[in-house]
Structure formats: C-alpha cells, structure tokens
Design a protein around this ligand. Structure first.
Ligand SMILES: [Fe+2]
Length: 350
C-alpha cells in the first residue's frame, strides 16, 4: 500500500475508534489560540495583529507570571498573546537557526472547548494521550494541555467554561491598542485556516494525532511535487476553520527547491501561517502594502480557480506569516494545486 492508501485506511480506523471511545461528542471546536512572544514584544505583537488581521484587542491582564492580551474577531477563536520574564520550558524545541534570537516565541497551543473536561481527559488518558498537568482551575475555567507533540511541537488544550465563555478574568480597566483607522482593515474577515509545517516523516503520525486530539477529519492532500511539499487538509464537520499540516514528500534531495523541509530546519516544526478571509482581497493587499507590510508574492488565483491568496513575509514578533484568502462562493475549505504550488514556492525565500 502506498503512503496515501495507508493514510486513508489509518484515518478511517482512527475515526471509528474515536467515535467508539465517545470523544467526538466531547469536542466542541476551536475556542482559543495561544501565541507566546519574547519578553517586551507583547505590545508590538498586539499592534501588529490588530493592524493586519480582523482581531481586536479586548482585554489585558497578568496571570501566572505572564502579561497577556486577549484578541477577538467574529467567527474566530480568541487569541491569547502573552509574554513572561521566565524562559520557556520548550526553548529546546523553539530554537533553530532563524529563531535563536527569540527562543520563547511560538504559536504554542490550539485550545478546544469541551462540555465535560473530566470525562474527555479520562477517555484520552486511557487512549495514551499525555498532559502537562492535572486539570487546573484557571479563573472560572477548567483547563488542561497536552505535552508538545513530537510530530508538530504544537500543544492541544481543552477548556471547559464554567461561567462566561472567556479566557480572561472579570473585565477590568485596560488601555486597548486600537485598530488602525484605514479604509481596508474592515475587509479582513474570520480565520480560515492555520498551517503547521512538519517533515515528510511526521506526515501520517501528525495527521492521525491531530484527528485523535481534536475531532477533526482528514480531508485531502494537495501535492506540490516540484517543491517536495504536500498540503494536508483536516476539517471539523460543518465548521469553517480548517487545519493544514504541510509536510515534505520525501527527504531533501538537494537538486530542487525545498521550502517545507527547509522551513523546518530553519524555524523548527511550528505553525507557518494563519489565513484570514479577505474581501475584496485586492484592497487588503494594496492597503497593507501601502502601510508597509511586506509580501512573499503577489495575489495568486482568481474567480476561475475558486480562490485568491497571498502571503506576507514572516513577522519578527511571532515568526508567523499571514495569509489572505478570498473564496469565491461558499466556504468549503478547498485548495487548488496551482495556488498551493505558487504559495509554497514563494516561501523558499523566507
Ligand atoms: Fe494557507
């Protein structure tokens, strides 16, 4: 059986096992995303995010040794951006040639809401999932987080909201970092997908693990053969947010551009980009360029292809690239081979 055949049969077995274990009904979708930044970069990071995405700064507070900011947008998980004086316990996973100067910086955790965290954790522990602690009470929430995955170096968190659906304490006065007053920022919409880059060897274990932890299903793989890269798409039924795991096809051969495996060597396994709906995307692209945002490529695709996309250069504050994407017609999370190939190629320069 080839690798894709193996993936399909393993994914279908995992889906059945997950359902049988009772996990599916305990996972209610993506509620939060944690980005840790280097000390003294929190304000710059928030300023950058409110200026280049739909996110709005809605709260700031200190908790557990972290200064934290909450950012929100419609149909989008809450972003928890934070910094601390204490070094990250996963510096050894973060520090690579291009990230050594900011070894605490990483999009660390995708947090999923559950109606019953105790039951979910009991089931998942029984299925071999390991967590960094017991279930903790944080404010009015119950929370737990997995150890960083060996396949992606990302963590998955589970939260049960006992009171208001919020990641912050009761609202107190704070000084919001305003969104810029321009004519295009309102054309950026919800978070469409996030993409994590991993090596060819991580592909099947990473997809199966993500499905196991989050209730997502494998949907499709888009090959960019010339660039030794596969864009693997996973989705949660009936939901908008897709998770992409981009892997090499094979080891670096040395005779062709190799942006995906190269990214992992230079930045480590981590989230490469966040993709935001943009309509009209041309206004967003031109507006951001005017205000000084750099891009890895021009807009690619169009109505005939069904979608139009582009990538910014990576942020110095978060190492994240922002993607802007316009889908013509209804959201169904699909990608096209031509766009994927052009976008992958452009990241060879980062
Ligand atoms: Fe993307």
């Amino acid at each position: 059986m080839d690798q894709d055949g193996l993936l399909l049969s393993e994914a279908s077995a995992l889906k059945a096992a997950r359902k049988e274990a009772g996990v599916d009904n305990l996972l209610a979708g993506l509620a939060g995303i944690v980005i840790r930044v280097q000390e003294n970069r929190l304000n710059d990071s928030v300023k950058e995010l409110v200026s280049t995405t739909a996110l709005e700064h809605v709260q700031s507070f200190s908790r557990g040794g972290f200064s934290q900011a909450l950012l929100q947008a419609e149909k989008t998980p809450t972003f928890i951006v934070r910094e601390s004086k204490e070094p990250s316990s996963i510096r050894h996973l973060n520090a690579r040639p291009r990230t050594e100067s900011a070894p605490d910086t990483r999009l660390e955790t995708f947090i999923f809401e559950t109606p019953d965290i105790k039951e979910l954790v009991d089931i998942q522990r029984g299925r071999g999932v390991s967590f960094t602690s017991e279930i903790r009470e944080i404010g009015e929430n119950l929370f737990i987080r997995t150890r960083p995955s060996p396949n992606t170096h990302n963590s998955v968190g589970y939260v049960q909201f006992l009171g208001e659906k919020s990641f912050g304490p009761k609202k107190a006065a704070f000084k919001p970092i305003p969104k810029p007053d321009n004519d295009f920022i309102g054309n950026i919409g919800f978070l469409d997908h996030a993409a994590t880059r991993i090596t060819h060897a991580d592909r099947i274990p990473a997809i199966l693990e993500w499905m196991n932890l989050t209730g997502y299903d494998f949907s499709e793989s888009v090959y960019a053969e010339r660039f030794n890269s596969i864009t693997n798409v996973t989705r949660l039924r009936g939901r908008d947010f897709a998770m992409v795991l981009t892997s090499g096809i094979g080891p670096t051969a040395g005779d062709r551009p190799d942006p995906t495996e190269k990214f992992v060597r230079n930045y480590g396994k981590r989230v490469h980009h966040l993709a935001w709906q943009a309509d009209p995307i041309a206004d967003v692209f031109e507006g951001l360029k005017r205000e000084g945002t750099g891009f890895l490529l021009d807009l690619v695709g169009g109505p005939d292809e069904g979608l139009m996309q582009t990538f910014t250069i990576p942020s110095k504050n978060t190492f994240l690239v922002q993607e802007y994407i316009h889908r013509y017609g209804d959201f169904d999370g699909f990608f096209t081979k031509d766009n994927v190939t052009k976008l992958t190629a452009a990241t060879d320069a980062q």
